[in-house]
Design a protein around this ligand. Structure first.
Ligand code: DX5
Ligand code: ZN
Length: 220
């Protein structure tokens, strides 16, 4: 599939979301950060808003669910029109069942790990997943500093995917910018969430191109 850039709208202007998404036509996906004030100390969008957003753009939505009791709520986001649904393993009771449910609804199933959650215990789950998301900040807020301590885990996750012979995408999220994207691509990530880097740029769509080119060069 190659390098993909999935801008996060967390740092966009929430009063003009439709227009904000229209500013990033080169995005491969629109990353939607769903937060419930329980799993993370912040509150953002719910299913009705996500459904309206899905109707407003031809770009597929990549929902990142930072919510508790995700086994109960994840399917709502697949049904709301998200083409990819990511749940946190720390919030899931039955991640295998959940991934299968998401896939059976026709969406891509993805699992996220917080920075302190190791990847090794979940290697046997990789064939059940279309994407693995490794957080490179503690989830909850945009604009945080990239955590370099996550780089070895990106490398280990890529090696586990090779070992299992799976085509699972490897997404990184948090503090991704022109300054950090090369390190992540070099370590093996291929899907890049960028929030503040894209929306603080004078030309968000041009920033997507720059990020894509940097990552592609570093990935070789
Ligand atoms: C953080 C979110 C991220 C965030 C990324 O909890 O999951 O998607 O919006 O924003 P930046 O790129 O500014 O770190
Ligand atoms: Zn996110």
């Amino acid at each position: 599939m190659g390098i993909q850039i999935t801008p996060s709208i967390l740092n966009a202007d929430f009063a003009r979301l439709g227009e904000e998404v229209a500013r990033i036509p080169s995005a491969d996906w629109v990353h939607v950060d769903v937060m419930d004030n329980h799993f993370v100390p912040n509150l953002t969008f719910g299913p009705a808003m996500v459904e309206a957003l899905a109707r407003s753009t031809p770009t597929p939505l990549d929902a990142h669910l930072m919510i508790a009791d995700v086994d109960r709520h994840a399917m709502t986001y697949a049904e709301a029109g998200c083409s990819s649904v990511t749940f946190h393993v720390e919030a899931a009771q039955a991640p295998v069942r959940l991934a299968r449910e998401i896939r059976s609804a026709g969406a891509r199933a993805s699992m996220a790990l917080r920075p302190a959650t190791p990847v090794e215990p979940y290697e046997d789950l990789l064939p059940e997943l279309d994407m693995l998301l490794l957080m490179t900040v503690e989830p909850g807020f945009g604009g945080q500093k990239f955590l370099d301590l996550c780089l070895p885990k990106i490398r280990r996750a890529r090696a586990l995917m090779a070992k299992h012979g799976v085509q699972t995408w490897l997404q990184v999220d948090g503090g991704i910018s022109l300054e950090t994207i090369e390190r992540c691509a070099e370590a093996g990530a291929d899907v890049f969430v960028a929030g503040s880097a894209v929306y603080s740029a004078d030309d968000p769509d041009a920033m997507i191109t720059e990020l894509r080119e940097s990552a592609a060069a570093a990935a070789g």
